[in-house]
Structures are given as structure tokens and as C-alpha cells.
Design a protein around this ligand. Structure first.
Ligand code: KIV
Length: 261
């Protein structure tokens, strides 16, 4: 799916996006009807064990984007621009976006609006589709004081709504809305021509995104209100590992059929 096909789905049907950080899971997703893949900077937390997304660098994002691109099916591939990579001036921002596009991304995503609307317009005019991201913007976690719902007071509600309009005007092809009240997400979705993709933003957005490991139930102990797990992944994987361990130790694996004569 390309960005134009992605955009056309608004008000026709819901869009689906999941995060993906490696070839193995990209190949699995390739065999599904999922519309888009996000190489999210959440990989710093999920794959590298950091407490925040801040340690992700452009080089790390490019490494994972290349791995995903090698297993990609028909999905739109969006890569996150990491912390501060788009806050050091136009030239640095363009270079970071270029690195991710040359790694195989079809579009980049960046957080917030204030201070980088010009860069967004410049990227779009240069042929780089840009996805926005508002509400809980994890790269600003220290400014926000933690992973909390955003836009709950009237001033914040209006600011996020205005920023969504600004992102559309700057040229974004879509906007992620993370951890905002459903009412705010619904209002933004109604007021924008571009699709909104929600995570913890209720049912009224044009689509949903979840972190793959979370929705597969492999991220034990992570149970935010918005998360639905579609598989008991941690239990299934641990059962399989214990079966393997038991069968090796009991001598039943490998058997004759699994051995070369
Ligand atoms: O990095 C990420 O995984 C994200 C999604 C949660 C939207 O930005």
C-alpha cells in the first residue's frame, strides 16, 4: 500500500498498523491483511531494553528499517525519526529523513508540531511523505512527566486539536494520536481530511496502531487500559521452550526421523 492508497481509506474502512523491527516479523506480517508497518523508536525499549525511546539514533532506526524492508510484503513502511534528529535544523533533519528513506522506508514519522512545521513542508516538497504524532509523544517523556494521557484539560485539548490542523496544513499524510481522550480524537478525525491513527485514542480514529509485542501478549506486565492482547504470546512461547527443553533432556528429541543416516 502506498501513502495515497493509505489516505484514500479515510471514511471507507479502518486502517491497521503494527510496529515491526526485524525481518522475521516483517515476513509474518507480509502474510496478513495489515495495512502498514511502523519501525517505531519504541524499539529502543522493546528490543534494546531501554526505559524510554530516547536512546534510539538515526543509525539504529536505519539498521532496523533495512531489516524490516528485507521481509516486507505489500505494507506501507513508516520509520520513526528518533529523538532530536529533526530538531537540529533543516539540513540535519533532511539528512536523517534521507537515511531512513534510503534504508527502505516509504515515509517518516515525527512527534509534535511546534518548531518543525517548516521541516515537514520541506520534506514533503522533497518527496518524503511525513506522518505526524500528537498527544503522548514519548520523546518528550521528561517534559510530560511520564507516560500519561494528554489533552484532558481544555487548553491542552485545544492545543492538540490546533496542532493536528497545523500538521495537515504542513503536508502530513496522516497523524498518529496517542493516549488522548476519545472525544479529542473524534473531533480531530472529523476535522482533518487526512487519516488519524489511534493508540489509546478510542474507536473514532480512522485506524489503530499497536506495538506488535504488546498485542501478541509477549510483553508481560505491560497492561495499559488501551491494550488488547490478541494472543497469549508469552505463555505460548514459554510452553514451546519448555517442551523443547523437556524433550531434549528426556532423549525424545531428536528422533530417528529428525536425524541423518
Ligand atoms: O514508536 C512507536 O512504537 C510509536 C507507536 C506507539 C505509535 O510511535
Amino acid at each position: 500500500m502506498n501513502v495515497l492508497e493509505f489516505q484514500k481509506q479515510k471514511s471507507k474502512r479502518k486502517l491497521t498498523m503494527v510496529t515491526c523491527y526485524d525481518t522475521w516479523s516483517a515476513r509474518l506480517i507480509a502474510g496478513t491483511s495489515i495495512d502498514a508497518i511502523l519501525v517505531g523508536d519504541s524499539l529502543a525499549m522493546v528490543m534494546h531494553g531501554h526505559p524510554t525511546t530516547l536512546p534510539a539514533t538515526t543509525a539504529l532506526m536505519a539498521l532496523h528499517t533495512k531489516a524490516v524492508a528485507r521481509g516486507l510484503g505489500s505494507q506501507l513502511l513508516v520509520a520513526d525519526m528518533p529523538f532530536l534528529s529533526y530538531r537540529k535544523g533543516l539540513r540535519t533533519g533532511v539528512e536523517a529523513a534521507g537515511t531512513l528513506m534510503q534504508a527502505g522506508a516509504h515515509a517518516v514519522k515525527l512527534e509534535g508540531a511546534r518548531g518543525h512545521l517548516d521541516l515537514i513542508t520541506h520534506l514533503v516538497d522533497s518527496g518524503v511523505p511525513v506522518m505526524g504524532h500528537l498527544g503522548l509523544t514519548p520523546q518528550s517523556i521528561h517534559q510530560l512527566g511520564g507516560f500519561k494521557v494528554q489533552g484532558q484539560n481544555p487548553a491542552e485539548f485545544d492545543r492538540i486539536h490546533q496542532e493536528a490542523l497545523d500538521l495537515e496544513r504542513a503536508g502530513c499524510f496522516s497523524v498518529v494520536l496517542e493516549c488522548v481522550p476519545s472525544k479529542l480524537a473524534a473531533r480531530i478525525t472529523a476535522d482533518l481530511k487526512i487519516p488519524t491513527i489511534g493508540i489509546g485514542a478510542g474507536a473514532e480514529t480512522d485506524g489503530q496502531v499497536l506495538v506488535l509485542q504488546d498485542m501478541l501478549g509477549t510483553n508481560e506486565g505491560f497492561k495499559p487500559k488501551f491494550l488488547r492482547t490478541f494472543m497469549r504470546g508469552a505463555d505460548l512461547i514459554k510452553d514451546a521452550l519448555n517442551d523443547y527443553d523437556r524433550e531434549v533432556k528426556s532423549g525424545s528429541f531428536p528422533n530417528d526421523k529428525e536425524s541423518y543416516t
